[in-house]
Design a protein around this ligand. Sequence first.
Ligand code: BTN
Length: 262
Amino acid sequence: MTDTSPAFDTELFSQERRKRGLLLGERLTAVARTGSTNDDASKAAELGAEEGSVFVADEQTRGRGRRGHAWVSPPGQNLIFSVLLRPSISVERASALSLVAGLAVRAAAARRVHQSVAIKWPNDVLVGNKKLAGTLVESRMRGADIEAVVIGIGVNVHMVDPPEEIASVATSLALLGDPAPSRETFLAEVLAELESRLKIFGADGLGGLLDELRRHDALLDARVQVGDVHGTAVGIDEQGNLLIRADDGKLHHVSSGTVERL
Ligand code: BTN
């Protein structure tokens, strides 16, 4: 923590949460520093923590993103948190929660910035070509069943001087112009958006969110490559796969990988 970055204020968050009548975040653990809030949530799940528990940190020493990348975030400036869920779904379906979380962050951010905010499959929230937020969904298994799902979310909120390693690729609510909200307020705003989309996902799966995904799909109609599949991105399917129409007309349903724009 720096002198200019106050610690996460759990009392302020509780007020913001109550104002919105949220279920998520009734149990909230906030710490100054941890390895990864996803690990904190996963350990808590093992010890019986309940659905909707939220784990916040001002700083992570081993914050991680997809595919072994580090999640870099200067202490106290941004929102770093994980939400513990105990859904009765398959692992395949759980991975679509990354898009559900991305939509929630996107919607909350869109109320705060004038520029358009988009989702880049499978887990980025972008403004222009810069990253505002990322999501990392991890499942905790008991045999073949999911015991818990952890939705980890990092949102750049107050950061105005990003560390060198992310300076060319990252943005933040503060950098996008308007005064950025407090982390506590923005967490409540994201959780409200997440709660409403989790209801839709629980009832209808990702199918209930496909229209919203399509409206905010950063890759739609772009020329892309994932592994050895290349062609035009034409949307996302009900399982959360990226749809790529290859030049020979074949439609590929891509379940994982890193997208490169061609
Ligand atoms: C990505 O963009 O690849 C995903 C980034 C996810 C970062 C968040 S920060 C809170 C939670 N704890 C982690 O270690 N990672 C996620």
